[in-house]
Design a protein around this ligand. Structure first.
Ligand code: F6R
Length: 261
């Protein structure tokens, strides 16, 4: 795992977007795994801006989102399909037919999980998976004690996730209590993982995921098992890391990061 700490949130966001754009430019038929949530909005704004000036081309990109609320149709403003169209897909040159999310209205939940896994497999797997982390350490909606070998399935959301996300719902109680999510195993199959963590509120959970033990209690810690994972943080979210000097040395000196310094 590599850890990169940038001075500001915007620097962390910019680096994340540049890593994604460079990866797409190196392989136009890119399979991109996407996340939603507040952290990602600025990343998508960056990618939209880069697409507008021709710095990244989405015309042959296929996307797979991590998760979707169960019971919300695509046109619901709180669905992750709506979020993705609103923040990214409607503003870039992507073919909408190549954008994939679990179907929150699927009647057969087991079959929906299987369908999504097959769709990812049939595309040859995800080249780069973008991740945020929840206040309870979740990646996707893999809540504490999710199996580290789990695949796409329906998952009940924890009270911590309810507190984090119900603010977007009106009334808050209308937030679904369950969601489809790629499993931790699905996520770990991606060829590369880029996690973005910003804000001092995430400092404690960031330290647990990066430097704590690998545990299903903090599914973000499963990134420690991945051979090609990078976590990008701002100063606020990095404040409880114990090995900051080492991470900063690596970023300042390793040749692979020269073009991003
Ligand atoms: C959403 C997702 C979640 C979020 C996490 C952080 O697709 O996968 O794991 O990344 O809940 O959300 P924010 O950025 O709103 O703090």
């Amino acid at each position: 795992m590599e850890v990169i700490i940038r001075p500001t949130t915007q620097d962390a966001v910019n680096l994340t977007a540049r890593l994604i754009a460079d990866a797409i430019n190196a392989k136009p038929q890119f399979k991109l795994g996407l996340a939603t949530g507040a952290t990602m909005e600025a990343v998508y704004a960056d990618l939209v801006a880069m697409n507008k000036v021709g710095e990244v081309d989405f015309s042959r990109v296929t996307t797979f989102n991590l998760d979707e609320y169960i019971g919300l149709p695509p046109e619901d403003k709180n669905s992750y399909r709506y979020y993705m169209n609103y923040h990214l897909f409607n503003h870039i040159n992507i073919d909408m037919r190549n954008t994939n999310l679990p179907n929150g209205m699927a009647e057969d939940e087991v079959a929906e999980g299987r369908r999504y896994e097959e769709a990812i497999r049939n595309c040859g797997g995800i080249d780069l998976q973008l991740l945020g982390i929840g206040s309870d350490g979740h990646i996707g909606f893999n809540e504490p004690i999710s199996s580290l070998a789990s695949r796409t399935r329906a998952k009940a959301l924890t009270p911590a996730t309810y507190v984090q996300n119900s603010v977007y719902f009106n009334p808050p109680e209308s937030m679904p209590r369950r969601a489809f999510t790629m499993g931790v195993g699905t996520i770990l199959d991606a060829k590369r993982i880029v996690m973005l963590i910003t804000g001092s509120k995430k400092a404690g959970i960031a330290a647990q995921a990066i430097e704590g033990p690998v545990t299903s209690m903090v599914t973000g810690s499963a990134l420690q098992l991945h051979p090609n994972a990078v976590v990008i943080l701002d100063e606020g979210s990095a404040s409880q890391l114990t090995q900051k000097d080492y991470y900063n040395w690596v970023f300042a000196n390793e040749p692979e990061w020269a073009r991003y310094r």
